[in-house]
Design a protein around this ligand. Structure first.
Ligand code: CMC
Length: 356
């Protein structure tokens, strides 16, 4: 028995494959590098949903645009309830308000995740929601709704690259959670809410905000080695490093690093982040010999989303907005097996006296 389910195969999927030794991520039959920054989030969503959701491939841009409009009509009245919640808590409240019985709930879940991410970031700051624009692509519209101002084509491409990069990733904790919920036939929207709840922890999708906190605390590269060394000595984990599956550099880190490089005028920030990354790898090698800890997706997520002007509390909601398309596909794939996921535990508690 494996505590933590390392190495346990709990599902068969045609959606994505993570090769942790080669540092390779395959999504819907394509290497990540063929998709991110080259194919839109809507089109990659259609590739994932092909064969699972009827007509997903015919006009995915229109499908998600209509879904954002429909989601906004549901969610906008809840905006006053967002004050006092963190954006990820606000997003959870908004998605949980959607009825499972809604029609076209696959597209609705992804449209709603984008709208809710933007609304929850604004709502946490006491700002009114911004309605979707049906003419924009999914990434451009999310960034515009979050910011309340137009976005450039370069910025839209940056966020689109990010959403594609995180769209699916094997049987990670949130996807597994979404599949467990789907396996009970609870419905797609419930699976997506459950996925978000699992994603928000700092060991999974909650890491990129703390990556930025770490870079701010380090402040200058002269302090990096001592700061990182002290953090590990205190038993802390360096955010943005290490992975259960990848034993080499996470390929998503490279894709996002390239996306940061395409944004103009950010070179000082990138140079600092790269220098901290190199120092952290050196410190990890020295402090944790043989553990094969390398850079994960969250490190460059933080740099990219910060460069796009997203506040750090909005990083995890945007991760969820991208991953929602994967959760939906996994939920349908799992539902089709018709089999509930129901593993076993080993009892290590007390036995009643008569059985001892
Ligand atoms: N900094 C310092 N030490 C680390 C780190 C880290 N980031 N990650 C793992 N270790 C150490 C850990 O302390 C342990 O050392 P020891 O054997 O001396 O106790 C050893 O490496 C093995 O760690 P583990 O706990 O067995 O690794 P895991 O597979 O259970 O954990 C992880 C994977 C991602 C939770 C962990 O690496 C971590 O906490 N990283 C920091 C948080 C982070 O960046 N999270 C985002 C993950 S990527 C996004 C996603 O796909 O979800």
């Amino acid at each position: 028995m494996t505590i933590g389910l390392d190495d346990v195969v709990a599902a068969e999927t045609s959606l994505s494959h993570v090769d942790g030794e080669a540092g390779r991520l395959i999504i819907a039959g394509h290497d990540l590098e063929e998709l991110a920054g080259r194919v839109s989030f809507e089109d990659v969503t259609a590739m994932l949903w092909d064969g699972l959701i009827p007509d997903a491939a015919s006009d995915p841009k229109a499908l998600l645009s209509a879904a954002r409009q429909r989601a906004y009509a549901h969610l906008a009245p809840l905006s006053p309830q967002l004050a006092g919640l963190t954006p990820v808590e606000g997003m959870r409240l908004l998605l949980a308000s959607l009825p499972d019985a809604e029609r076209d709930h696959a597209a609705l879940a992804v449209g709603a995740a984008g709208v809710a991410a933007a609304m929850a970031v604004r709502g946490a700051r006491g700002l009114a929601p911004v309605a979707p624009d049906s003419l924009l692509g999914h990434a451009a519209d999310i960034l515009r709704m979050m910011r309340g101002a137009p976005v450039s084509a370069e910025e839209a491409r940056g966020l689109d690259t990010y959403l594609v990069t995180v769209i699916d990733h094997g049987l990670n904790a949130s996807t597994f959670t979404a599949r467990v919920v789907a396996s009970t036939q609870a419905g797609i929207l419930s699976s997506v809410v459950a996925g978000l709840c699992a994603l928000k922890g700092p060991l999974h999708g909650g890491a990129p905000g703390p990556v930025l906190d770490m870079l701010d605390a380090i402040g200058s590269i002269d302090h990096a080695e001592a700061w990182l060394d002290d953090a590990i000595a205190r038993g802390e984990r360096l955010m943005g490093f290490g992975h259960r599956i990848y034993k080499v550099r996470d390929p998503r880190a490279d894709v996002l690093m390239a996306a940061v490089g395409r944004l103009k005028g950010k070179s000082n920030r990138i140079a600092f982040a790269e220098a901290v990354e190199a120092t952290a790898l050196k410190v990890l090698e020295r402090r944790k010999p043989g553990r094969r800890l390398d850079t994960n997706v969250e490190f460059y997520t933080a740099i990219l989303l910060d460069a796009l002007g997203v506040p750090r509390e909005g990083f995890t909601p945007l991760f969820a907005a991208g991953r929602s398309a994967g959760w939906v596909a996994h939920a349908i794939e799992q539902t089709r097996t018709g089999r509930i996921i129901r593993p076993q535990s080993r009892y290590v508690g007390a036995w009643p006296a008569e059985a001892a």
